[in-house]
Write a protein of this length. Structure first.
Length: 685
């Protein structure tokens, strides 16, 4: 039987008929190396050499042992197009994108082309793209080299690109498995426990056919006693305060889902009354408990000023009474705190459309085609302003976002109340809403627009030429704000730039090491976009600036409870939104299961899930409701809780407050905690 299979294959390959038979023989020969030898020859591709059939069952000169020998060797069969010793290798194109994601994730895709045949110096702009996606929604320009897409539902996403590079077309594809946001389940654990309780148990749903692994972390001075790397752990709760319990559940080795729970560890003293006038957070708590308090929404034309009353319960920091959201430690005696407000000075809003026309080449090709681009300048500047703050919109947005989104508009109001003027511009690129990235002022149209805005506002008398200038950006626009601040501060005609504020960004390595522009980092504890590494990098940049004697600051937004009053922020940009509306929104969010027993957010729901939960009358505000939940979850969202610290930074830089002399290392000691025996502990400096 073995002999018959070998003979029939040899006969097929010896035939001088159609190439299809030769290809069939090639497949058999490759699969059955006992009957064929593949010898590459230079240049033309692979060559297959088979032994002759011989003379019947007589012995002879067969090339392979065990086969009837005899006849000669079959002439080589040359298969064009297969890589040989010197043959050309076909170009390859691969889509770079995550293999797994959660519903609601925004993913990025790009293409890597490996083309050994491409010229050493390809023509400029010789590559163009066209993207398509099934099972998701593309964001931005489908012709860009890098695109983003939103995983809107669980299942399989197919993404493909048509890429023309140096005259060659490529058609790479990729697939992404999308899991529901609740695919890993929830943490089952108490939400409140006294500090004198020895341990508490937390668990998540078990694996199904080994489809997941578990890794736990706890915050503060809480520790894991037993169960690491299993679905259930015991925790030592530690001292009073909020403890975050996270199980990082990895599903099918594709995506890791951080499943969070919050454990409120209360004090152990007698019950004490806490009264919050003009705000929320009051109640009766055991002494020693830490309680979040919030100032209520400011009346029309006013902004929060400070807390008065038993402010010693807030701590000793000089800024603590000025924070509209802060934490108090309940003493052994009753507490009363009252929120107070101050007036916002009048500031006329001016809008200049088609501002600063510039002529730009449409591409880097030699065609010479040009286009005229403009922007929109909006400013609000009180009389005798302390300085001017440029607010840069995030990618995909516009300057109007600072006046239409509640958290952003709160910063505008607080800046005006502190005596600063604000100005916004739209990026020249209106297709993607992205800021120009050219590294020099003369070639960067958006940086030039900011320079032109300064000239115009000085000429109009809105600000004087010596007033300090500041730049503020969020996420992708934060590093842009820092770049533009540095470009204008170091230009031949230097502008009095005194600082840059970076929300949800880690900064720029080069400028942390070289720029003289002071930098303030407003971070968020659960910023999934920046990640743990990005947050650590921001802190490293702040330390580098400190060591160089450059003023800097850092704040990290933490998790906070969601009360109905939080949604009163929506009335800032829609006066018809009432306290009853805020409570209706809160009730729908609570009943949908997005908040735990202490009103801390379990997760930031996807847009579709949140829309379905909201009352029909408020579904048009779904983005603003989601933003409030994201702020409370310390997720990737601009937050107004940083306003007092940001303004304190601006005040210090506007007044040229001396920067502390950089310290030097004179002694070093370290101690740390290893939560589990399998963990590692590394000390570095």
């Amino acid at each position: 039987m073995l002999f018959q299979r070998a003979s029939s294959s040899q006969a097929a390959l010896r035939s001088s008929c159609a190439p299809a038979f030769a290809l069939l023989g090639l497949v058999f020969a490759v699969a059955s190396t006992a009957f064929a030898q593949i010898r590459p020859l230079p240049g033309d591709g692979g060559v297959i050499v088979l032994p002759g059939p011989g003379g019947g069952n007589q012995g002879g000169g067969g090339a392979l042992p065990g086969l009837p020998g005899g006849g000669g060797v079959t002439p080589p069969i040359i298969i064009p197009g297969l890589p040989g010793g010197g043959g050309a290798v076909s170009p390859t194109a691969t889509i770079n994108t995550p293999r797994g994601a959660l519903v609601g994730d925004v993913l990025t895709a790009s293409v890597t082309i490996v083309d050994p045949n491409a010229p050493a110096n390809p023509p400029v702009n010789s590559t163009n793209y066209q993207w398509s996606v099934v099972g998701a929604r593309l964001v931005g320009d489908a012709r860009a080299a890098t695109v983003q897409f939103v995983a809107e539902r669980a299942g399989l996403i197919s993404i493909s690109a048509t890429v023309n590079s140096n005259g060659t077309a490529h058609y790479p594809t990729a697939q992404v498995t999308v899991f529901a946001a609740d695919a890993a389940g929830e943490v089952t654990a108490p939400t409140t426990i006294a500090a004198n309780v020895a341990t508490v148990t937390a668990s998540v749903p078990a694996a199904q056919s080994n489809d997941r692994t578990f890794r736990w972390t706890v915050s503060g001075d809480a520790t894991i006693a037993t169960g690491q790397n299993t679905r259930s752990i015991t925790i030592r709760p530690g001292t009073p305060g909020l403890k975050e319990v996270i199980c990082n559940v990895t599903l099918q080795t594709l995506v890791t889902v951080p499943v969070r729970s919050y454990l409120m560890v209360t004090g152990t003293g007698a019950s004490v009354a806490v009264t919050i006038a003009g705000g929320v957070g009051g109640g009766t708590y055991p002494a020693g408990t830490r309680v979040d308090i919030f100032a209520g929404p400011a009346p029309a034309g006013q902004a929060f000023d400070r807390w008065v009353g038993n402010i010693e319960t807030l701590g000793t920091g000089p800024l603590l009474p000025f924070l509209p959201h802060t934490v108090l430690t309940v003493p052994a005696t009753p507490v009363t705190l009252t929120a107070t407000y101050k007036s916002i000075p009048s500031a006329t809003a001016t809008t200049v459309a088609n501002f600063n026309p510039q002529t730009m080449a449409t591409s880097a090709s030699a065609s010479g085609a040009t286009v005229t681009v403009t922007t929109t300048l909006v400013s609000r500047i009180p009389a005798d302003a302390e300085g001017l703050v440029f607010l840069l919109h995030n990618t995909g947005g516009s300057g109007a976002d600072w006046f239409s989104r509640p958290e952003q508009f709160t910063l505008v109001r607080d800046l005006l109340a502190a005596g600063y003027g604000v100005a916004t511009l739209d990026s020249v690129n209106r297709t993607a809403g992205a800021w120009a990235t050219q590294a020099t002022l003369a070639t960067n149209p958006d940086a030039l627009n900011h320079a032109a805005a300064i000239v115009r506002l000085i000429a109009e008398g809105a600000i004087s030429a010596d007033k300090p200038l500041f730049f503020v950006g969020v996420a992708a626009s934060a590093n842009t704000a820092l770049r533009y601040a540095d470009l204008l501060a170091t230009a031949t005609h230097a502008r009095p730039v005194k600082g840059a504020v970076l929300y949800l960004a880690s900064g720029i390595d080069t400028l942390a090491a070289t720029s003289r522009v002071p930098q303030f980092f407003a971070l968020a504890a659960n910023d999934d976009a920046l990640g743990v590494d990005g947050i650590a990098t921001a802190r490293e940049h702040a330390q580098l600036l400190l060591g160089r004697g450059i003023a800097n600051g850092t704040i990290n937004n933490g998790v906070s409870p969601v009360h109905p009053t939080r949604f009163r922020a929506l009335e800032l940009t829609a006066p018809s939104f009432t306290a009853d509306d805020a409570r209706a929104v809160w009730t729908s969010v609570k009943e949908a299961g997005f908040l735990d027993a202490n009103n801390y957010p379990k997760l930031v729901p996807a847009t579709a899930a949140l829309t379905a939960a909201l009352p029909a009358a408020h579904r048009g505000r779904v983005a603003d409701v989601a933003a409030q939940l994201a702020v409370a979850a310390a997720s990737t969202e601009f937050y107004a809780d940083a306003n007092p610290r940001v303004i304190n930074f601006l005040n210090a830089r506007a007044s040229d407050v001396a920067v502390p002399t950089p310290g030097r290392l004179v002694n070093l000691s370290a101690r740390g905690r290893v939560a589990h025996i399998a963990d590692s502990f590394t000390v570095g400096f």
